[in-house]
Write a protein that binds this ligand. Structure first.
Ligand SMILES: CC(C)(COP(=O)(O)OP(=O)(O)OC[C@H]1O[C@@H](n2cnc3c(N)ncnc32)[C@H](O)[C@@H]1OP(=O)(O)O)[C@@H](O)C(=O)NCCC(=O)NCCS
Length: 138
């Protein structure tokens, strides 16, 4: 992958140009069932916004957002590969995504309780969320 911008070693790219199925291999860590490689690319291709973190040409993190293009935005996915965690890359991905989404009234996401502090630092608030999963549809 090429064409990213950013400071230092880590670059941030705002589209999926150059992305291959192999680039998505390390992601969806810990999911009981992971989307198949081709589907992973589809997810990003069909998102309204995507930000990819790169070390050189290596994809090391990403986040995406879907919207109604009017009022509401949702951030379904955020992941940084384990070797690159705790270096501020996750924070940077969310900051950049929130900047992209700053004109939306509502920007929502769901997370585990342990990440409450991470998202609070980024200006987000805790609410009660409700979810449904169709485990046969991944
Ligand atoms: C969550 C995640 C994206 C954070 O990425 P990162 O690059 O490590 O994030 P940063 O380095 O910017 O910030 C890490 C901060 O979050 C906290 N944090 C990250 N993961 C945490 C966890 N699982 N439990 C508790 N705190 C966590 C760290 O303690 C750190 O806090 P600090 O700023 O006080 O040091 C990364 O841990 C990850 O990919 N996790 C697996 C996927 C996931 O949970 N995604 C979130 C979906 S909502």
């Amino acid at each position: 992958m090429e064409g990213h911008t950013g400071l230092g070693m880590i670059g941030y790219q705002y589209d999926i140009s150059g992305l291959t199925e192999a680039d998505m291999d390390p992601f969806f860590e810990g999911w009981p069932q992971k989307p198949k490689p081709a589907k992973r690319i589809e997810i990003l291709k069909n998102s309204d916004y995507v930000i990819i973190a790169l070390d050189g040409s290596n994809m090391i993190g990403f986040t995406n957002a879907i919207t109604d293009k009017t009022l509401s935005a949702y951030i379904p996915l955020l992941e940084v590969v384990p070797q690159y965690r705790k270096q501020g890359i996750g924070t940077e991905l969310v900051k950049r995504m929130l900047e992209q989404l700053k004109d939306y009234y509502m920007i929502d996401l769901c997370c585990d309780e342990q990440l409450e502090g991470f998202y609070k630092k980024l200006g987000m608030s805790k609410v009660t969320g409700m979810i449904k999963r169709n485990y046969n549809r991944i």
